[in-house]
Design a protein around this ligand. Structure first.
Ligand SMILES: [Zn+2]
Length: 462
């Protein structure tokens, strides 16, 4: 597993990309316990600082070079799994010294790789904003996928063949499948590449979909002028177990981390339900759908965190996802991006000009009450047209919303999802990196110091 992390809290210029390894035949409870040292750091790669002042072409070239370097480093790291270096390892079996002092015939296979979405894209040589499990078209990522009608799996053997062919036709074929040409280390070691990614509760839900949901709700609250009520209810959430009383309203919190999101998921539905209580008859169906959508997504998240599943919990989980997709349209306006907002602003300017012309033309004939009515009608018309314009250009087509449709299948094949959460990375970062960084002199040669510190601590603890 791998996950980029910041070492320096304030400057933010020291970023590292550690690679950790663990073995699959461990109880997940032991693997999740930091004191067992079940996860070992095997590489520590520095991440170069981002320079935003260079031309786009050079930026693209730099990213390509970074991907090549990354794959070359991983190739060296995973070379023992290719079995080419060990002639005695017939058919991939090794004599491996186990913890009890006995040699056993073992066949190490790379079974999973945990990372976040952009890292998967780089490691699998896929374009960003696509699913790394299946070939779902990018304009259908936001649609509900029925469990019996999943898209075909990605065929990395075919991608390897096309990439090695190095012809224009092969390149065009790769582009049509949103795959980049180049060397990907996973396609050269014995593993099923499309099975390597695993569901990640932290990146996909806590700082992914739940973060989006909060923004959609906030947009809905703002649109219906309920911000004061929302903030008042938010601040009134009482302390309960590990929930502390709030001293900041929602809009005053500048950044949310995974732990805060996890806590927030416990009271968000109550706050939203109370904030959207009442309203005029036109608002009732909107508020009800917003509450239903929030409830369905939070239910799905809660079921996904179960430590064990049976057929009943799986059906509840799939039903919650289906309900979320049924009601998510209520938040479509909150999905309007920069282009949609720019287009809506241009439309507003055009309509305001028309309103002024209408006002000037009828200035002499309109009475003051007639003018008030006409201006109110114009305001409603402009607002309605802008909403329609934004809705036409907005969609839910982003990868994280699609990844949730694979989770039920992943649970059936590999067990509960909690064991794959990147929260384990955060614990590993603390013991392997952050303590070493704090003990170093923070100078240019801090990396060897971090590694030496981590080795010493590990030796003492063992
Ligand atoms: Zn997919």
């Amino acid at each position: 597993m791998s996950d980029g992390t910041h070492l320096s809290n304030f400057a933010g210029d020291k970023r590292e990309w550690p690679v950790y390894m663990t073995i699959g035949n461990l109880c997940s409870k032991i693997r999740q316990t930091p004191s067992t040292h079940s996860v070992v750091m095997v590489a520590l790669l520095p991440i170069p600082m981002k320079n935003r002042n260079i031309p786009q072409k050079r930026l693209y070239e730099q990213r390509q070079t970074n991907r090549k370097v990354l794959n070359e480093v991983l190739r060296r790291l995973l070379q023992p799994l290719t079995f080419k270096q060990n002639p005695s390892a017939g058919s991939g079996y090794y004599n491996i010294l186990c913890a009890d002092g006995i040699f056993r015939r073992c066949k190490p296979v790379l079974a999973a790789w945990l990372a976040d979405c952009p890292e998967y894209s780089d490691l699998h040589h896929l374009e960003w904003h696509v699913c790394f499990w299946c070939v779902c078209p990018t304009n259908e990522l936001g649609d509900y996928v029925h469990p019996d009608k999943e898209h075909p799996r990605r065929d990395h053997n075919l991608y390897r063949t096309l990439s090695d062919a190095n012809t224009k036709a092969a390149d065009a074929e790769l582009s049509s499948r949103h795959v980049r040409r180049g060397f990907s280390v996973f396609r050269h070691i014995p593993c099923i590449v499309s099975d390597l990614p695993k569901p990640d509760l932290l990146h996909t839900m806590q700082i992914g979909i739940l973060d989006h949901l909060q923004k959609w709700i906030f947009y809905c609250i703002m649109t219906h002028k309920r911000l004061d009520k929302y903030n008042a209810i938010w601040l009134s959430v009482p302390a309960y177990h590990d929930l502390t009383p709030k001293n900041k309203s929602y809009e005053e919190v500048s950044q949310w981390n995974g732990k805060q999101m996890k806590k927030m998921s416990r009271y968000l539905l109550g706050v939203v339900t109370q904030s959207l209580r009442g309203g005029n008859p036109a608002q009732h169906p909107i508020f009800n759908r917003a509450i239903e959508c929030t409830q369905a997504l939070l239910e799905f998240y809660m079921y996904a965190r179960y430590k064990s599943h049976d057929d009943a919990t799986m059906s509840y989980m799939e039903d919650a996802l289906h309900r979320f997709h049924t009601f998510k349209g209520v938040f479509l306006l909150g999905r309007a991006g920069r282009k949609a907002k720019a287009k809506a602003n241009a439309l507003r300017t055009e309509l305001v000009k028309k309103r002024k012309v209408d006002e000037e033309t009828n200035a002499e004939t309109w009475t003051s009450s007639k003018k008030r009515r006409e201006m109110k009608a114009w305001r409603n018309y402009i607002s309605h047209e802008i909403d329609i314009s934004k809705e036409l250009d907005a969609d839910f087509n982003f990868p994280k919303i699609h990844l949730m449709s694979h989770w039920a299948e992943q649970v059936r094949r590999y067990g509960a999802l909690q064991q794959y959460s990147a929260e384990r990375h955060e614990q590993a970062h603390k013991t392997n990196l952050n303590d070493g960084w704090n003990a170093s002199n923070h100078n240019l040669n801090y990396l060897p110091q971090v590694i030496t510190f981590q080795r010493r601590i590990l030796c003492f603890k063992i």
